[in-house]
Design a protein around this ligand. Structure first.
Ligand SMILES: C[S@@+](CC[C@H](N)C(=O)[O-])C[C@H]1O[C@@H](n2cnc3c(N)ncnc32)[C@H](O)[C@@H]1O
Length: 213
């Protein structure tokens, strides 16, 4: 996701102190304290400009949501949305996550969303794909029993790769469709920025939901 430069981005991020977590690794094992309740916590890894995670939070006020986004200028847009919608059950962090276990304790999350993750098409970059089994192992560790992982993508090659990694991990597939928006899956109801764009072009969205534990 390319972004124009934003002046003083760090100062701008600091304006959203209620929503922004500056040092996510210090929150390991303590994320519930940042929400001030014991409600379940869900993560969107690569949340972009936050449309999905903010809409989820508005719909499910009894659940907590974290949006993680590598690019500061992009997470700024997500913070603006959260502040506008007053979704007090959202938190955001910035930085490219390499090892999820540095940020979350075992059993800390109840579900993870990967929406339109970067496909990293070259084989030599396959370990960078967020659905590589190294990431999936981390997701399993930080998730409690009954947690789900939901993945949406327009990219067929990434989807096939992902299904292979899911099989290797032995995760149970709960839902799978190669055309989400003509399926009966509820997961079509809350969309992301990329999803809206691809839908408008008539591109099929592939979707899989698995049980992590
Ligand atoms: C293609 S965009 C999709 C954004 C959004 N999920 C959507 O569907 O509209 C992928 C985003 O994931 C972010 N990203 C990729 N790898 C990441 C990582 N390891 N940690 C945090 N963010 C990451 C990128 O910066 C980019 O903004």
């Amino acid at each position: 996701m390319r972004q124009r430069k934003v002046k003083n981005v760090e100062n701008r991020l600091a304006e959203y102190a209620d929503y922004m977590i500056e040092n996510p690794s210090l929150m390991k094992g303590k994320w519930k304290d940042s929400f001030g309740n014991d409600n379940k916590i869900f993560l969107e890894l690569g949340c972009g400009k936050g449309q999905f995670v903010v809409a989820k939070a508005k719909t499910n006020k009894e659940l907590n949501y974290i949006g993680a986004e590598g690019q500061q200028t992009v997470v700024l847009r997500a913070l603006e949305k959260a502040a506008k919608e007053q979704t007090l059950n959202t938190r955001f962090m910035t930085g490219f996550i390499k090892d999820i276990t540095e940020i979350f304790e075992e059993d800390e999350l109840s579900g993870i969303f990967l929406n339109f993750s970067d496909p990293w098409p070259k084989d030599r970059h396959s370990k960078r794909r967020l659905t590589h089994k190294n990431f999936l192992e981390g997701f399993k560790k930080v998730s409690k029993a009954g947690s789900i992982l939901e993945i949406k993508t327009d990219n067929e090659k990434l989807f096939e790769f992902t299904l292979g990694q899911i099989e290797m991990m032995g995760f149970e597939i709960v839902e799978l469709t190669r055309n989400l928006h003509i399926s009966g899956c509820d997961s079509k109801n809350i969309t992301t920025e990329y999803e809206d764009k691809f839908k408008a072009f008539g591109k099929k969205i592939q979707f899989v939901k698995v049980a992590l534990k």
